[in-house]
Design a protein. Structure first.
Length: 328
């Protein structure tokens, strides 16, 4: 029975990945920060087969302890301060967790495994936000990184550090350059879930409007459940490598709104959306679109959920949830 350790187990990717690995017969450990983590109960409810360990990406000794307890064959580093807008307000903490945290994970493997470093395979969840001010369309594994947020800068540090440990120590390390991916498990602070929740509440007569920033920003959106499959496939390869994980299609927030409102039975939605300039980024990333050819060819990976299906899935889930909450 192979063993896997997942950081960021409380996020959407962590839970989908845990479900995937458990279905494949893995012994799965999840790293959570603090004994009284408020999301611990959520993980225990959603993915009861996961064994939870306490650790902190900023504390090297706690990571070494976690490796010794889990004895992992595979490590997936999904943890990060991942809300981009928040990273301008907390640039230092974002850098310590999202950037230096990767170095701590890698160094902990080196110290734990010693001369037998090849026994552990490592996957770093990198981000399309590293491309920022895009230098090439679509973006590939070789595209120059030009991050436009503290989050993107921290992710770029972790990305290059992972490559460095692969080349310096022979660690089987892969980077998954994940383009934007969503699901009903997405946190309410993210614009897509903010939209799906607001649309559900507007359709049920619980709210009248939603306030947003730049609705013409474009992203390459996929389903989180598909993207964790790509990460698992990376660690089944003979060698570690870097892969763009994307759909190869781009859509605007305006399109997301249109599909979401239509799914909820609202065709004329313009009056429901208000502009709030405070929600604009200090440095905007206008369009990201990935070239997933390498993942297709080397991993045999393809996304299974279309953009419209993803939006409808999220709206349906929030309509069901809001009906239950409204009935209490």
């Amino acid at each position: 029975m192979p063993s896997a350790l997942i950081t960021g187990i409380t996020g959407q990717d962590g839970m989908y990945l845990a479900e995937l690995l458990l279905s494949k017969g893995y012994r799965v450990y999840g790293l959570i920060r603090g004994q009284n983590n408020p999301k611990r109960a959520l993980v225990e409810q959603e993915v009861p087969g996961v064994r939870l360990l306490t650790g902190d990406l900023t504390d090297l000794s706690s990571l070494i302890r976690a490796y010794e307890q889990a004895q992992p064959d595979e490590v997936y580093n999904l943890a990060a301060m991942s809300f981009v807008a928040y990273s301008w307000e907390n640039a230092r903490l974002t850098s310590e967790v999202t950037g230096m945290g990767v170095l701590n994970m890698l160094e902990a493997i080196r110290l734990y495994a010693g001369d037998d470093i090849a026994k552990v395979r490592f996957c770093q969840a990198s981000s399309s936000e590293m491309f920022g001010k895009v230098q090439e369309v679509p973006q590939r594994e070789t595209t120059l990184l030009w991050p436009r947020s503290p989050y993107g800068v921290a992710k770029a540090f972790g990305h290059h550090m992972t490559i460095n440990y692969r080349e310096s120590y022979g660690l089987h390390a892969s980077t998954a350059i994940l383009f934007t991916h969503e699901s009903p498990r997405r946190g309410p602070e993210y614009v897509t879930r903010k939209i799906s929740m607001a649309v559900a509440r507007i359709a049920l007569g619980l709210e009248k409007e939603i306030w947003l920033g730049n609705i013409d920003a474009k992203r390459d959106w996929g389903f989180a459940g598909d993207y964790v499959e790509a990460m698992w496939r990376m660690l089944q390869q003979h060698d570690g490598d870097d892969y763009v994980v994307a759909t190869g299609q781009t859509h605007s927030i305006r399109e997301f709104l249109s599909i979401a409102f239509r799914r909820a039975g609202i065709t004329d939605w313009a009056g429901c959306v208000q502009h709030d300039p405070r929600l604009l980024r200090p440095a905007e990333v206008d369009m990201l679109i990935g070239d997933p050819s390498k993942a297709h060819q080397r991993l045999g990976w393809e996304p299974t959920v279309s953009f419209s299906e993803l939006v409808e899935m999220m709206v349906d889930a929030d309509l069901a949830e809001q009906r239950v909450l409204a009935s209490k």
